[in-house]
Design a protein around this ligand. Structure first.
Ligand code: S3P
Length: 180
């Protein structure tokens, strides 16, 4: 790695939060970015499941979305304290103002902007159950409601479906300096 690149990473010694709709590739791209930067990778949903010893669909089905959002905010506060990790959020974490404020005050948020049709195709094929996207119309409504919040992220990365995760990670890396 060039000295200039190393300096850039040091000056951005803060957590990097990956946001984007369900199926936008946050976990895969997040892992690739963490590998590229030599930082730990944290998947917030996996963390919540480990913390609670329950699955996300079970939490949402038994306790409701609001309770899930409370747990999600707590988990986010905790991981934000863990230094310079790359953190993949669940697609709805940007809904809460306190989460958005935490991300902007503590680190850099990166929106993986993937067209709805691509996300929906992946949601249908994925083995992960998404209780908040039970059908296309509901998923589309959520996607539209959330766009203004995703747009508040520090970096906006348009992701082309054909791009491998490593190429998107390289692009994010190259643009980190633009983040406010
Ligand atoms: C959710 C997205 C999921 C998970 C939960 C709720 C959402 O994560 O947190 O099912 O509201 O968009 P992914 O974005 O990783 O699928």
């Amino acid at each position: 790695m060039q000295n200039e690149d190393q300096n850039q990473i040091r000056s951005l010694d803060v957590p990097i939060f990956l946001t984007g709709f369900m199926g936008s590739g946050k976990s895969t791209i997040g892992q690739a970015l963490a590998d590229l930067l030599g930082r730990p990778f944290i998947d917030l949903d996996t963390r919540i499941e480990a913390m609670t010893n329950r699955s996300i669909p079970d939490i949402i089905a038994s306790d409701g979305e609001e309770k899930f959002r409370q747990i999600e905010s707590e988990a986010l506060r905790e991981v934000a304290r863990m230094g310079t990790a790359v953190i993949a959020l669940g697609g709805g974490a940007i809904l809460r103002a306190e989460n958005r404020e935490l991300m902007s005050s503590r680190g850099i948020s990166v929106w993986l902007d993937v067209p709805f049709e691509v996300c929906w195709q992946r949601i249908q094929q994925d083995e992960n159950v998404r209780p908040l996207a039970p059908d296309e119309a509901t998923a589309l409504e959520r996607y539209r409601q959330r766009l203004p919040f995703y747009q508040q992220s520090s970096l906006h990365i348009k992701v082309d479906q054909s791009e491998p995760a490593s190429a998107v990670a390289e692009e994010i890396f190259g643009r980190l300096g633009e983040a406010e």
